[in-house]
Ligand binder design. Structure first.
Ligand SMILES: Cc1cc2nc3c(=O)[nH]c(=O)nc-3n(C[C@H](O)[C@H](O)[C@H](O)COP(=O)(O)OP(=O)(O)OC[C@H]3O[C@@H](n4cnc5c(N)ncnc54)[C@H](O)[C@@H]3O)c2cc1C
Length: 512
């Protein structure tokens, strides 16, 4: 190809993009990554994460493969249980109301463990998520909810390890390089048009992998596709994910796919800024609501806070808060559960009130009808089934009876001061609608045929998530489909490649 700058161009520099770049490089392709953000803001939403990754494992031996430096004390003091392929399938089907694309889910689940091991081989290290995903009861940590490991150093650690892995292997990475359009001859993709340092250039390559996120940071698209009110949501992560990859692909005839009116959105600090702040990361989230109650401006509860483990409800409750008057809610706890609150409740940037009596507390909940709140607490305390034992490690069935809505698990009376309230609004994480891909992560056109030279991975792939999402699946999906996309893109760019490291280092040409 005349003027070819690389075999594979990867658009983006988050988790999916790095996995694609590393997979393409591994089989001999020269890879160029283009990242819209400057280096200090790069890494996309992946950098904002806790680095928690949902992976299939069949017991302690699999965990030891992923975390070889577990100490004997950690092994003795922990019940890791298992998270089987059947459970992962089940979770995807349940939370997406069986809408998730079966072929994509099959790949996601069946390749999850091998993909994490592959990442380990590239230098990414993992540790168990003690504290947030396992509570210590009677001297033992017990994991629940299918989410057991995270990258060392969370999202920033993950991006740093992936960046180092890519750079050590000769992957070229340009920051402040925003891809604008695909170069397309009417049949195949031949590169991208990019703006870097104020200049627009055409960069040619036989394969392009789009891994540049969803449209969560674009208020106009949010309102257009998610609906009225979504312009008012805060963005939890990167301000660079404005739907460019989806737009560029649709412009050359790609097929849209998935839940375009759906997204992942959580309860998020009421006074958080418009976009994520890397100094705070994901700590604006407030995810201990299963142990308290949620109150709206009318002083009423409006959702079953304990419907399931937080991993299976948090991603849909942001929408529920957005639908409340004024788009806010207060999370309310008393002293009995304070020790269960996650670290994110202890940061400086919280909107928090405390009081020693319910009357005083009610006056302090800004924007809330105090009389309505006092009535709600009275009814709540009378409805808690205190005869059922409380246990945060299991769905304990300790419920309320006779309320609308009832709470299904972890119900505790609100009667032991000090009382604490935390104000939250809706924070959008990422959008669910995107591009249609096949099992090679090739982007399909509206005739459902692969567009030669175009691949996609990560948030901008549609068809996996509908309505809701099991925690930790975003990174796993980016890793699995990034790896597939990178390998397929390399094979199509260099047709004589078979498998493995076919092209020796000496044969690799320099970039440009
Ligand atoms: C606060 C927060 C916490 C989260 N916690 C978790 C978690 O613990 N576990 C989990 O699995 N998921 C989590 N998620 C979801 C997870 O971040 C995403 O699912 C995942 O990181 C998406 O990876 P990606 O590579 O597709 O996109 P990103 O990591 O967002 O990368 C996209 C990249 O593309 C770049 N880009 C955008 N447009 C262009 C363009 N035109 N040209 C060039 N580059 C462009 C962006 O700058 C960005 O670097 C969290 C998300 C947030 C916001």
């Amino acid at each position: 190809m005349a003027g070819q700058v690389a075999d594979v161009i990867v658009v983006g520099a988050g988790n999916a993009a790095f996995c694609a770049a590393l997979a393409a490089q591994e089989i001999g392709a020269r890879v160029l990554m283009l990242e819209a953000a400057p280096e200090q803001e790069s890494g996309g939403n992946s950098r904002f994460t806790a680095g928690s990754i949902r992976v299939v494992y069949n017991g302690i031996d699999d965990i030891r493969t992923l975390v070889p430096d577990l100490t004997p004390a950690e092994i003795d003091g922990t019940d890791f249980g298992a998270y089987t392929a059947a459970q992962f399938f089940d979770d995807m089907a349940r939370v997406t109301q069986s809408r998730a694309d079966a072929d994509l889910v099959e790949l996601l689940v069946s390749k999850s463990f091998a993909t994490l091991n592959w990442m380990r081989g590239k230098g990414v290290r993992f540790i168990p998520i003690y504290g947030r995903q396992a509570f210590k009861i009677d001297g033992k940590f017990t994991f629940w909810g299918g989410l057991t490991v995270e990258a060392v150093g969370g999202g920033p650690g993950l991006v740093a390890m992936l960046t180092a892995a890519a750079q050590q292997r000769g992957v070229a990475l340009r920051y402040r390089a925003r891809a604008l359009d695909l170069l397309y001859d009417g049949n195949r993709v031949e590169g991208v048009r990019v703006r870097q340092d104020g200049a627009v250039r055409e960069l040619r390559a036989p394969s392009v992998v789009l891994a540049c996120g969803g449209f969560e940071a674009n208020p106009e698209w949010r309102t257009r596709y998610l609906g009225p009110g979504w312009d008012l949501a805060r963005v939890r992560g990167s301000r660079y994910n404005t739907g460019d990859g989806i737009r560029m692909a649709l412009a050359i005839g790609a097929s849209p796919c998935g839940n375009w009116s759906g997204c992942h959105a959580v309860q998020w600090e009421m006074n958080a800024p418009e976009f994520g702040d890397l100094a705070v990361g994901d700590q604006f989230q407030k995810h201990s609501y299963p142990f308290g109650i949620l109150i709206n401006a009318d002083g009423r509860r409006f959702v079953d806070e304990g419907a399931d483990f937080r991993n299976y409800t948090y991603a849909k409750y942001g929408r529920v808060v957005l639908e409340q008057p004024g788009q806010f809610a207060w999370q309310v706890f008393d002293r009995k559960v304070k020790h269960l609150l996650r670290d994110e409740y202890k940061i400086r940037q919280v909107t928090k009130v405390t009081a020693n009596t319910i009357d005083e507390f009610a006056q302090k909940l800004e924007g809330v009808n105090a009389a309505g709140f006092i009535r709600t607490v009275k009814e709540w305390n009378a409805a808690v089934r205190s005869d059922i034992p409380f246990n945060p490690n299991i769905k304990d069935g300790r419920r309320t009876q006779g309320l609308v809505p009832d709470k299904s698990n972890w119900a505790n009376t609100i009667d032991t001061p000090p009382f604490e309230g935390y104000a939250v609004t809706c924070g959008i994480t990422f959008t669910f609608g995107g591009l249609r891909i096949n099992a090679d992560a090739a982007v399909l056109n509206t005739d459902y045929r692969p567009i030669p030279g175009l691949y996609a991975a990560g948030e901008l792939v549609g068809g996996l998530f509908y309505f809701n999402y099991p925690g930790g699946t975003g990174l796993m999906s980016g890793a699995v489909f990034g790896r597939i996309a990178g390998a397929a893109a390399a094979r199509q760019a260099i047709p004589d490649l078979k498998s493995g490291a076919e092209r020796s280092a000496g044969e690799r040409r320099n970039h440009e």
